[in-house]
Write a protein that binds this ligand. Structure first.
Ligand SMILES: O=C(CO)COP(=O)(O)O
Length: 148
């Protein structure tokens, strides 16, 4: 059976990093079949822990969330596991919101907690060839604009 490789981004806030490391260890074999990306600190910890290659972007507060969001917009990330912390205010909250928003805009699978990540990783869709799931925004791009 052919496995269709996904470009998976892994991100966790500091109080969620141990949960992500634990989850990722549990799913290491599946993760090893895909291309992995992460924000800086999450990526460093995951690489140490899993001994798998991970493309590390900037740390989240330094622009990493925005880099991942931009990669979602260009089709360079197609799956997001983001264990964000609902109990702590963070300085880069606008970047976090923007990343969550772009995952919805581009209709990519996104897990924000462990149980959802488990469900997604149990899905046969993870390693199947899918039709293009990116929305067609041509009508939006071509929308008429009234110039004042
Ligand atoms: O802050 C983050 C996501 O919003 C994660 O960044 P780090 O992986 O660099 O800790």
């Amino acid at each position: 059976m052919t496995t269709y490789t996904k470009k998976i981004a892994l991100v966790a806030h500091d109080h969620k990093k141990s949960a992500l490391l634990d989850w990722a260890s549990q799913h290491r074999e599946i993760l090893s079949r895909h291309h992995l990306f992460a924000t800086g600190t999450t990526g460093r910890l995951l690489e140490d822990h899993l001994k798998l290659p991970i493309r590390k972007l900037q740390s989240g507060p330094l622009g990493g969330d925005q880099q991942i969001g931009a990669m979602i917009a260009t089709g360079d990330i197609d799956f997001l596991v983001f264990f964000w912390d609902p109990l702590e205010p963070l300085p880069h909250d606008p970047d976090i919101k923007a990343l969550l928003r772009l995952a919805v805009v581009w209709n990519i699978p996104m897990a924000c907690n462990r149980i959802t990540a488990d469900y997604l990783f149990a899905s046969p869709l993870l390693e199947q060839e899918l039709p293009d799931t990116r929305p067609d925004y041509d009508a939006y791009r071509q929308r008429p604009i009234q110039i004042e």
